[in-house]
Ligand binder design. Structure first.
Ligand code: C2O
Ligand code: CU
Ligand code: CU
Length: 524
C-alpha cells in the first residue's frame, strides 16, 4: 500500500490536492474542536463572543495551507457546551473580507443587490425565539455595517430549554448559505442534562463529535467550488449548481483522518455537515454499533445497527465498542462506487486500556412522548418538485412556491400538525423545519403522475414504518422519492417567523426554502 508513508518518504510522493487518488489517507490525526469558554458568566447566563474570520489551515499533512472561514478563526468552529435550561448568549461578529473567495451567483435572491459577503448564524435544532433563530434575511456584514431586512439584534439568546442533544451552528445567509458553510462556517453546540448524565455513557475523552463533510480542492490546496454546471449557462455565470459532491472526505476539518482508540466503548456524535452528500456508514470489519440518539436527543432505547444512512444536517449519536477489536485498523466506510469517497476515516485500536471501561449502553435511555395523530388539528400537503427556470436550469421548489411568495405555512401556537412531504422528484431531499423537533409517522408510496395531474394523493401501497435510526426526535428527515413522508410536530415555544427548507444547501439557496410563521392561537 503506497499510503503507509513515513514522514521521511514524503517528498517521494507528489500529492496533488485536486486529485484524490494522489492523497494519502489516514495520515492526520483526527482533530477534536476545542470547547469554547464563555467571555463572561452573568447571572442571566454564559456570554460568548464569536468572530467569523478568514484564516489559513492545514487540512491535510501534505497540502499547502487552505484559506477557510471559521468561527473564531477555526474550521470547524469551537464547540459550545451547555446544560439544559442554562441560557447562553452569543454575540456573533463578522470579521470576514468583503469579497467572497467562492463564485457568487447574482441571479439568486438577495445576491442581486445585497452586499457580497453577508452572514447570519442559525443554531440548527434549537428552540429559540425568532429574533435569535438566524433568519436568512437577518444577515449582517462586517461590523454590522449593513443589515438584512429581518436583522434585529447583535447578541443572540439561547434558552436551551430542550432535552440534551447534539445541535450545530452554521451560516444561513440568504442565497449564499452553500458557499459560507462550504468555506468552513459550522460548529457543534452540545446541550447536556441531568437525565443523560446519570446514564453512564462513555464520556470525557471517550465522547467525540464527528463532523463529516466532502470538499474538492484545487491543485494549490485551495477550496474548489464550481462556478456553474459543466455546460455554462448563458446569462447566469457564475451559476448555482443543482447539486455538489466533493471528491475528498473531511472529518472535523481534516482530510481522511485517523483516530487512535483504546479497546473500549466510545460515543461519537455524528453530524453530516456536507452540502449535498448523503452517507451510508459502516465499519469495515463488519462490527455493529449502537445508535443512542437522533437530531433532537437521546432515543427511547439503543438501536443495534450495521449501517447508518445520514443525510445533510442529520445527526446520529452512536456508541462503538472497540473492546473486541484490539490491534485492528477499522475504516469508517461510506457505501459508494468511488474508491476515495468510500472512505471516511480510520479507527486504530492501538492504545492500551487506560483503566477499566465502566461505561454502559443502557437498555432504556430517555422517555419519548409519542405525538398522537388524533391530536393533529391540521394536515398539510407539501409537494417537493422541480421545474425549469428561465435560464434552463432545474429549480427545486416546495409546494411550487419560491422563497419570496407569501407565507403559506402558518401553524397556530401550541397546535399539533401533520405534514405530508410529497416527493415528486427522483431522489431524496433532507427536509428541515426550524423551531420544532418532530416525529416520523411513516412513509407511504403514492402515484406521482396522478398527483401531478390532479393534486390528489393516491396511495399505492402500505405505509412503511420509519427506520430504526429515525425513531426519536428529528428536525431533518429524508423525504424519499415516490413516497409521502408523514411527520408530526407541535408548534410550541414561540410565535413568529421561522423557515423550513431542504438541507441540500444547493437547493436551499435556490429556492427550496419557505417561510414558516407560527401564529397566536385563537383559543387562548
Ligand atoms: Cu441547518 Cu435552516 O438549517
Ligand atoms: Cu435549522
Ligand atoms: Cu432538496
Amino acid at each position: 500500500m503506497p499510503w503507509d508513508l513515513d514522514d521521511k518518504d514524503v517528498c517521494e510522493y507528489k500529492v496533488d490536492p485536486s486529485n484524490p487518488d494522489s492523497i494519502p489517507k489516514f495520515v492526520d490525526e483526527l482533530p477534536v474542536p476545542k470547547v469554547l469558554q464563555p467571555t463572561k458568566v452573568l447571572k442571566s447566563g454564559a456570554y460568548y463572543e464569536v468572530k467569523m474570520q478568514q484564516t489559513k489551515q492545514r487540512l491535510h499533512k501534505y497540502f499547502p495551507k487552505t484559506t477557510v472561514w471559521g468561527y473564531n478563526g477555526t474550521y470547524p468552529g469551537p464547540t459550545i457546551e451547555t446544560l439544559k435550561d442554562r441560557p447562553v448568549m452569543i454575540k456573533w461578529m463578522n470579521f470576514l473580507p468583503n469579497k467572497h473567495f467562492l463564485p457568487i451567483d447574482r441571479t439568486l435572491h438577495a445576491a442581486i443587490d445585497s452586499p457580497e459577503v453577508r452572514t447570519v448564524v442559525h443554531l440548527h435544532g434549537a428552540r429559540v425565539s425568532p429574533d435569535s433563530d438566524g433568519h436568512p434575511e437577518a444577515w449582517f456584514t462586517q461590523g454590522y455595517r449593513e443589515r438584512g431586512p429581518s436583522f434585529s439584534r447583535e447578541v443572540y439568546k439561547y434558552p436551551n430549554n430542550q432535552q440534551a442533544a447534539t445541535l450545530w451552528y452554521h451560516d444561513h445567509a440568504l442565497g449564499i448559505t452553500r458557499l459560507n458553510v462550504y468555506s468552513g462556517l459550522a460548529g457543534f453546540y452540545i446541550i447536556r442534562d441531568q437525565l443523560e448524565l446519570r446514564l453512564n455513557l462513555p464520556s470525557g475523552k471517550y465522547e467525540i463529535p464527528l463532523l463529516i463533510q466532502d470538499r474538492t480542492f484545487n491543485e494549490d490546496g485551495s477550496l474548489f467550488y464550481p462556478d456553474g454546471p459543466a455546460q455554462p449557462i448563458p446569462g447566469a455565470s457564475p451559476s448555482v449548481v443543482p447539486i455538489f459532491f466533493g471528491n475528498t472526505i473531511l472529518v472535523n476539518g481534516k482530510v481522511w483522518p485517523y483516530l487512535n482508540v483504546e479497546p473500549r466503548k466510545y460515543r461519537f456524535r455524528l453530524l453530516n455537515g456536507s452540502n449535498s452528500r448523503t452517507y451510508t456508514l459502516r465499519l469495515s470489519n463488519g462490527q455493529k454499533f449502537y445508535q443512542i440518539g437522533t437530531d433532537g436527543g437521546l432515543m427511547e432505547t439503543p438501536v443495534e445497527l450495521d449501517t447508518l444512512t445520514i443525510m445533510p444536517a442529520e445527526r446520529a449519536d452512536v456508541i462503538i465498542n472497540f473492546s473486541g477489536s484490539k490491534h485492528q485498523n477499522i475504516i469508517l466506510t461510506n457505501e459508494d462506487t468511488d474508491e476515495n469517497t468510500r472512505n471516511v476515516m480510520q479507527f486504530r485500536v492501538v492504545l492500551p486500556l487506560s483503566d477499566k471501561d465502566t461505561s454502559t449502553i443502557p437498555e432504556t435511555l430517555y422517555p419519548l412522548r409519542h405525538l398522537d395523530q388524533n391530536m393533529a388539528v391540521k394536515v398539510r400537503n407539501l409537494s417537493i418538485d422541480t421545474v425549469i427556470d428561465r435560464y434552463g436550469r432545474p429549480l427545486f421548489l416546495l409546494n411550487n412556491k419560491m422563497w419570496d411568495d407569501p407565507v403559506s405555512e402558518t401553524p397556530e401556537f401550541g397546535s399539533i400538525e401533520i405534514w405530508n412531504l410529497i416527493n415528486l422528484t427522483a431522489f431524496p431531499h433532507p427536509i428541515h423545519v426550524h423551531l420544532v423537533q418532530f416525529q416520523v409517522l411513516d412513509r407511504i408510496p403514492f402515484d406521482v403522475q396522478h398527483y401531478r395531474d390532479t393534486g390528489e394523493i393516491k396511495f399505492t401501497g402500505e405505509p412503511v414504518q420509519p427506520r430504526a435510526s429515525e425513531n426519536g426526535w428529528k428536525d431533518t428527515i429524508m423525504a424519499t422519492p415516490g413516497e409521502v413522508t408523514r411527520i408530526i410536530m407541535k408548534f410550541d415555544g414561540y410565535t413568529g417567523d421561522y423557515v423550513w427548507h431542504c438541507h441540500i444547501l444547493e437547493h436551499e439557496d435556490y429556492d427550496m426554502m419557505r417561510p414558516l410563521r407560527v401564529i397566536k392561537s385563537y383559543n387562548t
